[in-house]
Design a protein around this ligand. Sequence first.
Ligand SMILES: [Mn+2]
Length: 221
Amino acid sequence: MIDFKTLESIIINNEKFILTTHVNPDADAIGSEIALYEILNDLGKEVKIINHSDTPYNLKFLDKNNVIEKFNTGFHSKLFDKDDVLVALDFNRSDRMVSMREIFVKSKKLKLCIDHHQDQEDFVDHQFIDTAYSATGHIIYDFIKVTNIVKLNKRIAYPIYAAIMTDTGSFRFEKTTAELHKIASELLSFDITPGEVYDNIYDQSKFSKVTTWPCSGINYT
Ligand SMILES: [Mn+2]
């Protein structure tokens, strides 16, 4: 496993990045992608986010500038051997990329994995995987703090807060510590309202817009 300093030097020494996450992404998956996208952008890097899945309706608010692309074999395949670094976020088994798996695994480019799940598969060149972390977004927060690679700002803090909030079950799961609340406190200081983030992710009125009515227990989809 690499440390944050090595991760920093990989970022500093490369120019073009492709970020991806797992099938059926959650707020940690999308939030980590957007946070790292913003970091790389602040550093003047060229960065793309390409996912197997469409961004779920309730998570589109995290991608305010609509930068996330849905993988298309014909359109995107060449990029995976052209750009410099491929980054897998919030998963550590290649089959979690589904349609992107083959192109990612075959690519000769430098591959990184940043994640907090167990049972990793060896499918990248360098990995930062630590199950002690509450969320991948939490790893990205620590990466910024340890390296000072960029100055934390709202564009980065907001998706990290959403990532940590979701993966801790709204700050109630085991990895919710006093230290994590200190991190949340700092993130919130960037004019972030917890209820607003929560409502965006969990507000049932949003789901009703995509649910077939009447809902009588029959699966209409
Ligand atoms: Mn996660």
